[in-house]
Design a protein around this ligand. Structure first.
Ligand code: PLP
Length: 433
């Protein structure tokens, strides 16, 4: 009796309060930020809070649910799959959702991609890309053990992924254990000559196995965009020097840049591509690392040890594959492509509205990704990011500023009215801060 009374009194507490007892959240210093907002429902572009408020999901819950939350087309297919085959070992077995997904991915990936390796998240996708590059050279008998990366890249939180990430302010405790990495700046219109020379020096000095990069847009570096021509030149130099190129499209993949993949803007195609986030339409976690036939062939041998001995328990989970397959079908539809054009155009119009505002600098756009930096005095930086975040939430919009950068990456199905709500919350922030 007493037990159940106690249970009932616990249950009447808010989720936010009950959360604080046992949960440890990602990227959070709990002493500074003890309280999490509970979300009880999500539909389309809207999140519904336990507090009764609604929030337009202006960053697609970390760039995942691009076709909208709880999209009925996707959830019904996954529910049906759930009745047929839930999970099976993917070593020695295969299944329809994985086979059909491989065919669907081949129809949208750059032509040189031929083989797909499954894992669970963006970090494992890049980790596998790095391992493919290192073992490729190992298998061919080449002595190469260094990775090349951009200075401010972000590739995830596991050890290999952390090592190649340049944004390492939070990684101090682990740096002694990193793999070897050398770095170059991202190409701008003015520094290409300098990068070419630096690259030449690095190539002669280090035994570089692979180059990992976020093509055209660096998400965690605050939606920094760089020059396609410059990146293409870097990729060409890598190819000429047998450095495997690994495009980390975990953020940029599946239509966000206005093309299926950011690599579609580049003439030189990567040897390896990492995908996650929108791959499964925000429904379930999964990742894919794809590669060209040439990479695969270096692992195809009579010796067992030349294979890629990497595998996760939930590899190619049938439900995740089904969500991904349904997502790709939606992405390829005329309706979704029209949505992507509509939002790109809408952002361009919003840009015209705010570009001359004195607090707007470095405004940039590629596809449905729009970002600018808030031009305020350094001494105001202290708590600015959190004040901005609270301002947007008070206005019913979920945006997650990165430092002083405000960016929008809303689902493709966001309505014009919802877009205006996002824009208005930004315009009122411009007046307030
Ligand atoms: C998010 C992200 C990752 C890491 O993905 P997780 O699923 O969070 O491990 C890697 N690379 C890029 C470019 C990302 O945006």
């Amino acid at each position: 009796m007493q037990d159940s009374a106690q249970e009932n009194s616990v249950k009447s507490e808010s989720l936010s309060l009950r959360d604080q007892k046992h949960l440890w959240h990602p990227l959070t210093q709990h002493k500074l930020y003890p309280e999490m907002l509970a979300i009880v429902k999500a539909k389309g572009a809207v999140l519904y809070g336990e507090n009764g408020n609604e929030y337009v999901d202006g960053i697609s819950s970390w760039y995942t649910c691009m076709y909208g939350h709880c999209n009925a087309t996707i959830t019904s297919k996954v529910a049906a799959q759930m009745e047929v085959l839930d999970q099976v070992v993917f070593s020695g077995f295969t299944h329809r959702p994985a086979v059909e997904l491989s065919e669907a991915l081949m129809s949208i990936l750059p032509e040189n991609q031929q083989k797909l390796f499954f894992s669970d998240n963006g970090s494992t996708a890049t980790e596998i890309g790095i391992k493919m590059a290192l073992q490729y050279h190992h298998n061919l008998g080449n002595d190469r053990n260094v990775m090349l990366a951009f200075e401010e890249g972000f590739h995830g939180d596991t050890f290999g992924a952390m090592s190649v990430s340049g944004l390492s302010v939070y990684n101090g405790a682990f740096e002694d254990h990193f793999i070897k990495v050398v770095r170059i700046p991202v190409p701008t219109f003015s520094n290409l000559k300098e990068i070419r020379e630096k690259l030449k020096e690095l190539i002669s000095e280090y035994k570089i196995a692979g180059f990992i990069y976020e093509p055209l847009v660096q998400g965690a570096a605050a939606m920094k965009m760089h020059d396609a021509h410059g990146l293409n030149e870097i990729l060409k130099i890598c190819k000429e020097n047998e450095i495997l190129t690994i495009a980390d499209e975990v953020m940029t993949g599946f239509g966000k840049t206005g093309k299926y993949f950011a690599s579609d803007y580049l003439e030189t195609k990567p040897d390896i591509i990492c995908m996650s986030k929108a791959l499964t339409a925000g429904l379930l976690p999964m990742a894919v690392t794809s590669c060209s036939q040439r990479v695969y062939d270096a692992f195809y041998a009579d010796e067992i040890s030349k294979g890629l001995f990497h595998g996760h328990t939930y590899t190619a989970n049938p439900l995740s594959c089904t969500a991904a397959l349904a997502g790709i079908e939606l992405l390829k539809s005329d309706e979704m492509q029209e949505n992507i054009r509509r939002i790109s155009k809408s952002h361009a119009n919003f840009h015209k509205r705010i570009k001359t505002h004195p607090k707007v600098t470095n405004a940039r756009q590629l596809g449905v990704i729009y970002a600018f930096d808030l031009n305020v005095k350094m001494e105001r930086y202290g708590n600015l990011r959190n004040q901005l975040f609270s301002h947007f939430m008070e206005n019913g919009v979920f945006l997650r500023p990165l430092g002083s950068t405000i960016y929008i990456l809303a689902p493709y199905i966001t309505s014009n009215k919802e877009l205006q709500k996002i824009y208005q919350s930004i315009e009122s922030a411009l007046e307030k801060f």
